[in-house]
Design a protein around this ligand. Structure first.
Ligand SMILES: [Mg+2]
Length: 203
């Protein structure tokens, strides 16, 4: 039986940090997992920038509250979740995801969490576990599921590579070029077609 493991940002919602960069004018916050493949290097840089510019968790949350899911995302998720089980596996943080997940009708989300001090400064981030995306796929396979993995970026590759069927959704050119053996789709309609093909004769 198939189950879907999917990334969040770039698949159903905009890149959160890029929007924070746009709203705050801090250009360096535009770097994402699409640019820097080492997530810890990326996150330490982001936290240093927040400290330097005196931005608190509430400042970031105020930006995120204004964000909307990508056009068609909610409809796609409603379609998908009526047919099969979905787990969103993201490198975002619980403290960031709330208002976006609400707009998507609260699909299951596995992600990380932040540590804040009494003034609301983000002082650290806590990965739920190392290589969490790959481990979710492995665990589901141990439960006798076959995994359709959907991602768009470097941090999705271990999840994609471990899955039975890997799909890149609107990846940046460098990720697509470096993984030219993976299926690339550019729209929810294409994604639906592929999922229907995969699951048509499922065991
Ligand atoms: Mg992504």
């Amino acid at each position: 039986m198939y189950i879907v493991c999917s990334d969040l940002e770039g698949i159903y919602v905009p890149e959160i940090w890029i929007n924070v960069a746009n709203h705050t004018g801090i250009e360096e916050l535009k770097l994402t997992t699409r640019d820097i493949s080492d997530y810890n290097v990326l996150m330490r840089g982001r936290l240093a920038l927040l400290r330097k510019h005196n931005l608190k968790l509430s400042d970031i949350q105020n930006v995120i509250t204004k964000l909307k899911p990508l056009p068609g995302a909610k409809e796609f998720l409603t379609w998908l979740r009526s047919r099969m089980q979905l787990i969103i596996v993201s490198d975002t943080f619980l403290e960031f995801a709330g208002t976006l997940m609400e707009q998507l009708d609260w699909p299951t989300l596995l992600c990380h969490h932040l540590t804040t001090d009494q003034e609301g400064n983000i002082i650290d981030y806590n990965l739920r576990q190392q290589d969490a995306k790959r481990k979710v796929v492995e665990t589901l396979q141990n439960l006798e599921y076959k995994v359709i993995a959907i991602g768009d970026s470097y941090n999705d590759l271990s999840m994609l590579r471990k899955s039975e069927k890997a799909i890149l959704f609107n990846p940046p050119r460098n990720v697509a070029d470096e993984n030219s053996d993976l299926t690339v789709v550019k729209s929810y309609d294409e994604l639906k077609k592929i999922i229907l093909q995969i699951t048509y004769n499922q065991e």
